[in-house]
Design a binder for this molecule. Structure first.
Ligand SMILES: C[S@@+](CC[C@H](N)C(=O)[O-])C[C@H]1O[C@@H](n2cnc3c(N)ncnc32)[C@H](O)[C@@H]1O
Length: 300
């Protein structure tokens, strides 16, 4: 009988010393690893493992106890950080400097980076989990990566008089991070009711009064008060074409910045169309694969 696969995973997740000493991001990362094992060990298989391997039961109860310890520590660390933000202890510039300084170097064995771990813990942006895949529309971990949020902040530099729209805001990671990192106004628009509820709860918990989330099809929303528009490949085809057309028309009336990430085909091509029509100008392409278009009103 082969050794159950989860033995090595559970062993790799043994606690590195005192759990209470770990940072919020480290606890989140550990919790995600534990969750992966939990989600992938079927109860029936566990019962068979117990019959086949003398120490499977002991290993599993050690794993369950570790899960409890990590969850308690994570809950406490999250509550501490949320209270600090709510209490004004993390003004925008300091908040931004903090998560950006954690860094964007990918973990060797698990998804994510230290900056993502911190932000995902704060907003409860869960990654791959059976809990998040119940809905046929569920997107697994399609929130923007922290490095992309940092790039957006550097490029768009939203100011106090800007209104930043996140078109297709999902669970709110980009919108919440921008709202907490810059003195500006942020509006998320999202089709999925559950995602809007999740993002709105995070905004309230963190006391962020400069961000709001609307449940709507982006085509039905008045975008005219926006000055900066962020999109992380939220739609394609007819919706992308309609949104690019709306932003092109807006760009003829006022100065706007569009930061659009996604493939050229059936998405970026509609923004290129607005460039050809003289509404927007393509200021730069960014990203590892040039997948980001930074566009500005041609009239600037
Ligand atoms: C890739 S996620 C981006 C999440 C978020 N912008 C971020 O960067 O963290 C794209 C989101 O767009 C939403 N979406 C797709 N079509 C939409 C539409 N027509 N109107 C509003 N939201 C839409 C999806 O439900 C999904 O949550």
């Amino acid at each position: 009988m082969p050794t159950p696969w989860w033995f090595s995973h559970a062993a790799a997740l043994e606690l590195p010393g005192e759990v209470g000493a770990l940072s919020l991001g480290a606890l989140w990362n550990l919790n995600e690893g534990l969750r992966f094992v939990r989600d992938n060990v079927a109860p029936a298989a566990l019962a068979q493992d117990a019959l086949a391997s003398a120490d499977a039961t002991a290993r599993w109860s050690a794993f369950v106890s570790r899960e409890g310890q990590v969850l308690r520590a994570l809950t406490a660390a999250t509550a501490f950080e949320v209270a600090a933000i709510r209490g004004g202890g993390r003004p925008a510039a300091r908040f931004r400097a903090h998560w950006e300084a954690l860094g964007f170097v990918a973990h060797l064995t698990r998804d994510g980076t230290p900056a993502d771990d911190y932000l995902d813990a704060l907003f409860g942006t869960s990654r791959l989990s059976f809990l998040s895949s119940d809905s046929p529309l569920a997107n697994v971990n399609l929130a923007s990566r922290a490095s992309r949020v940092a790039d957006f902040l550097a490029v768009a530099a939203p100011r106090v008089d800007d209104v930043v729209f996140d078109l297709g805001s999902g669970s709110g990671k980009l919108a919440l991070t921008v709202a907490a990192s810059a003195v500006t106004t942020v509006q998320g628009v999202e089709l999925l009711e559950s995602a809007v509820a999740e993002a709105s709860l995070s905004a309230v918990a963190l006391g962020l009064s400069n961000v709001a989330f609307a449940r709507a099809d982006v085509r039905d929303v008045d975008l005219s008060r926006g000055s900066v528009f962020y999109q992380y490949f939220p739609f394609r085809g007819a919706v992308a074409s309609a949104v690019a057309g709306t932003l092109g028309a807006l760009a003829r009336q006022k100065d706007i910045t569009v930061y659009a990430s996604g493939p050229v085909r059936d998405y970026g091509e509609y923004f290129a169309r607005e460039v050809d029509a003289g509404a927007l100008c393509l200021e730069q392409r960014r990203g590892e694969f040039d997948e980001v278009m930074v566009l500005k009103s041609e009239r600037r």
